[in-house]
Design a protein around this ligand. Structure first.
Ligand code: CU
Length: 373
C-alpha cells in the first residue's frame, strides 16, 4: 500500500504528459463540455450552432410527440369501436377521397414546416465564414493531430492513459496521477488528452478535418459540430465558442481497435491567453512567429497576393474574403523560407491551405459559394 502511494507520488515526475507541456501559459479552465453520468440530454450549448440544433431538436420532438399521440389515439379508437364485437357488420367501402387528400396534404405541410426551420440551421453549419483562426485536425489511428497553418504549428494530441502516454488505455493509478497533473479528474478519463486544441473565445474558428489513414470524425457535442475526416479530402466545419472552458469530444466514426481512445480536448481561452499560448506553441513545436507570419500575410495580400490568387483556377475565389484569405495564408507560410511569397503562392496555394480548391478545382463559382458565405 505504501509503495503504491509512493509510486503515485513519483509518477507525475516520470510520465505525466504535463512534462511535455512545461511553460504552457494556459491555466485552469472550467470543464463546460463533457458528458454527465446517466445524462440523456444535450450538453450545454456553447455556440449558436449548438443552440439552434438543440432548439430544432426540441421543436421536432414536439411534432413527433403530437403525431405519435394522434396515431396511438386513432389506433385506440379503431380497437374499441371497430372490433368484431362492437362492430359485427363492417362497412364494405374502400375509398374516402377527402380523408386520402388530408393524409397526403397534412404530412407534406408538416415536412415543409420542419424543412423551413431545419434548412437554415443546415446552411448555418455548412456555409463556412471567414476564419479568425484556422486549425487543421487530422485523424490518425488513434489520435488527433492539430495544425495551425497560419503559423506552421503542428502537434499531436493523445488520450491521457493511451500507450503513447505510457498507459494501456485503462484507468490505473498512474493514469489518475497523470490526469490530475494535467488538471483533470478521473471523470475525464477517455476524454482528456495530453495536448489540447486551443482557440480564442468569441472568434470564428474554422476547422479543416481530414483523415490520414481511415475515416475518423471530429466531434465536439457542446459546439454542435461533427465532421468526418476522410483521407484525401479536406472538409470544413466552423464554430464560435461563447465561453472560456474545456470542451470534450470523441472520434465519432468507427476507425479501428482503439477508436474509443482518441478523444478530443478543446480549450477555449481569452484572446490574450490564446496569443500567449500560440507564442509558446511556436517555440515548443516549431513554427513561424506571429509577427513574421502576419507581415508575410500582409505582403502577400498587397502585391503578390493577387498573382497568387490568379494562379488558382478559381476566379470566384479571388473576390471573396475567406478563400482569398486562405490563398494569402498559403503564400505567407512559405514566405520565410521561400523568400518571395508571390512566387510560391500559386504553387502551394492549392496545397494544404486551400480546402475549397482541392475539393472542386475546376468550378470557380461553386467554390466561391462554398467558401464565401
Ligand atoms: Cu478515429
Amino acid at each position: 500500500m505504501r509503495a503504491r502511494h509512493l509510486l503515485t507520488a513519483m509518477f507525475p515526475l516520470v510520465a505525466a504528459p504535463a512534462a511535455a507541456q512545461e511553460g504552457n501559459p494556459i491555466g485552469d479552465l472550467p470543464i463546460l463540455g463533457a458528458p454527465k453520468p446517466g445524462g440523456i440530454d444535450f450538453q450545454n450549448a456553447a455556440t449558436k450552432i449548438a443552440e439552434d440544433l438543440q432548439w430544432l431538436d426540441g421543436m421536432v420532438l414536439i411534432i413527433i410527440t403530437a403525431i405519435t399521440i394522434f396515431v396511438i389515439g386513432l389506433l385506440g379508437v379503431v380497437l374499441v369501436r371497430y372490433n368484431r364485437r362492437a362492430n359485427p357488420e363492417p362497412k364494405a367501402f374502400t375509398h374516402n377521397t377527402p380523408v386520402e387528400i388530408a393524409w397526403t396534404i397534412v404530412p407534406i405541410v408538416i415536412l415543409i414546416f420542419i424543412g423551413a426551420f431545419s434548412l437554415p440551421v443546415l446552411f448555418e453549419q455548412q456555409e463556412i465564414p471567414e476564419a479568425d483562426v484556422t486549425v487543421k485536425a487530422v485523424g490518425y489511428q488513434w489520435y488527433w493531430g492539430y495544425e495551425y497553418p497560419d503559423n506552421d504549428v503542428a502537434f499531436d494530441s493523445y488520450m491521457i492513459g493511451s500507450p503513447a502516454t505510457g498507459g494501456d488505455n485503462r484507468l490505473t493509478d498512474e493514469v489518475r496521477a497523470q490526469l490530475q497533473e494535467a488538471g483533470y479528474s478521473e471523470d475525464e478519463f477517455k476524454l482528456a488528452t495530453d495536448t489540447a486544441m486551443v482557440v480564442p473565445v468569441n472568434s470564428t474558428v474554422v476547422v479543416q478535418v481530414t483523415g490520414a489513414d481511415v475515416i475518423h470524425s471530429w466531434t465536439v457535442p457542446a459546439f454542435g459540430v461533427k465532421q468526418d475526416g476522410i483521407p484525401g479530402r479536406l472538409a470544413e466545419l466552423w464554430f464560435e465558442a461563447k465561453e472560456e472552458g474545456v470542451y470534450f469530444g470523441q472520434c465519432s466514426e468507427l476507425c479501428g481497435i482503439s477508436h474509443a481512445f482518441m478523444p478530443i480536448t478543446v480549450k477555449v481561452v481569452s484572446q490574450q491567453e490564446y496569443e500567449a499560448w500560440l507564442d509558446w506553441a511556436i517555440a515548443e513545436y516549431g513554427g513561424t512567429p506571429r509577427q513574421v507570419a502576419d507581415a508575410a500575410a500582409a505582403a502577400a495580400q498587397q502585391g503578390d497576393g493577387t498573382e497568387g490568387q490568379g494562379g488558382l483556377t478559381a476566379a470566384g475565389d479571388a473576390g471573396d474574403g475567406s478563400s482569398g484569405d486562405a490563398a494569402g495564408t498559403g503564400g505567407d507560410t512559405q514566405a520565410p523560407e521561400g523568400g518571395d511569397a508571390g512566387a510560391v503562392a500559386p504553387a502551394d496555394g492549392d496545397g494544404a491551405e486551400q480546402p475549397a480548391a482541392r475539393l472542386v478545382p475546376d468550378e470557380g463559382e461553386t467554390e466561391g459559394e462554398a467558401g464565401g458565405n
